[in-house]
Design a protein around this ligand. Structure first.
Ligand code: PAF
Length: 352
């Protein structure tokens, strides 16, 4: 209808006036026709530009983070592949709320797309809590292989019945422990430390079992709580430590690598359901490209992050013996196996 209005304004009306002015009619008619065509072309492209559907994409960290890298690559692909039928609008740094609010926003259809940690997602899609189990993955290659293989792809399908559509697995990296009290070298050093964890039952059980005092808290409150000393520490991958400049609020970091943290790229079912098949393909392909961009960002931070963190005066314990931490977790592993099934854990371990 906007197109029709433009057409009426620029073509029908001048032409009707023209029929009343006879002498120069042929010349003017062609001139006006030319003007009308160019005006129509200009207004048509404005109309198309206005028709680009906005895609609100939310995530917890800054634009200059693995989340921002993923969101930008996703946006670039979709915008290009659909001839700019969509325009992504980024809401970084928890601008739309914490990760819980982002997920709820997708379910309600008030947000179209998010990049979010499994730490927050497992409260909505319980099956995916399995990937949050400590020391489940041997290394990054193992984690990526599991998530990109049958197991991980099957997990993506579990989102649907929870009112979410997950398109790809991106990455944050392995989580490490930081605090303001003292360097942590062994599980005994955790005793009494108030460690902020995600609001995630698998993480909370792990820290309680290892002897810390886990304090679950939404991310937007963490930096303030560290500044005020209401918590002693937190745990997050290097990508988060660097992007959020946690050296401003943390003195000690130990590269425990206790939990691998994936990101899911997720869309709202209401939004996704409204797309054509070709547009759906663009979003799926774009999400995969975005996921790879987040992994690439993490690869870079893994190479340079420790030096950068040290340069800000943080004491970094780089050599850690994981065996005592794993041994301390024995009672928790029994509960994880009961919840997710030993068969599932063995299946993940068997991926080489
Ligand atoms: O610790 C968390 O809450 C998450 O790792 C974060 C930083 C929000 C990124 O997903």
């Amino acid at each position: 209808s906007l197109l029709q209005e433009n057409y009426n304004a620029f073509v029908t009306f001048p032409h009707q006036r023209l029929t009343r002015m006879n002498p120069m009619m042929p010349f003017r008619r062609s001139l006006l026709a030319t003007c009308a065509v160019s005006a129509l072309a200009a207004t048509t492209s404005v109309a198309f530009a206005q028709q680009a559907r906005e895609v609100k994409v939310g995530y917890a960290l800054a634009v200059n983070s693995h989340y921002g890298a993923g969101a930008q690559a996703w946006a670039d692909h979709v915008e290009k592949a659909t001839g700019n039928a969509f325009k992504f609008k980024q809401f970084p740094s928890s601008a739309l709320g914490g990760e819980r609010e982002l997920i709820e926003g997708l379910q309600l259809g008030t947000v179209e797309a998010i990049l979010v940690s499994t730490g927050a997602l497992s409260n909505f899609v319980p099956e995916i809590g399995v990937v949050d189990i400590p020391f489940l993955f041997r290394d990054t290659a193992h984690a990526r292989k599991v998530l990109d293989g049958d197991f991980g792809q099957d997990l993506l399908t579990k989102f649907k019945k929870r009112g979410l559509i997950a398109l790809a697995w991106g990455e944050q990296g392995f989580r490490h422990l930081s605090n303001n009290k003292h360097p942590v070298n062994k599980p005994e050093d955790l005793k009494g430390l108030k460690i902020r964890t995600m609001e995630n039952p698998v993480h909370i059980l792990a820290f309680r079992t290892m002897g810390a005092s886990p304090t679950p808290m939404a991310w937007p409150e963490v930096i303030g709580a560290l500044q005020q000393g209401t918590i002693d520490g937190q745990e997050n991958p290097l990508s988060v430590f660097v992007s959020a400049k946690l050296w401003q609020v943390q003195k000690n970091l130990t590269l425990t690598g206790h939990v691998y943290a994936p990101i899911a790229l997720v869309v709202s079912p209401a939004f996704f359901g409204s797309l054509t098949d070709a547009q759906k393909t663009a979003f799926i392909e774009g999400a995969k490209i975005g996921a790879q961009a987040s992994r690439k960002f993490v690869d870079d931070v893994e190479k340079k992050g420790v030096d950068e963190i040290k340069s800000h005066g943080v004491n970094v314990v780089t050599q850690v013996n994981n065996a005592p931490f794993q041994a301390a977790l024995t009672p928790a592993y029994k509960q994880y196996a009961a919840k997710y099934g030993q068969k599932t854990l063995d299946q993940i371990a068997a991926v080489k």
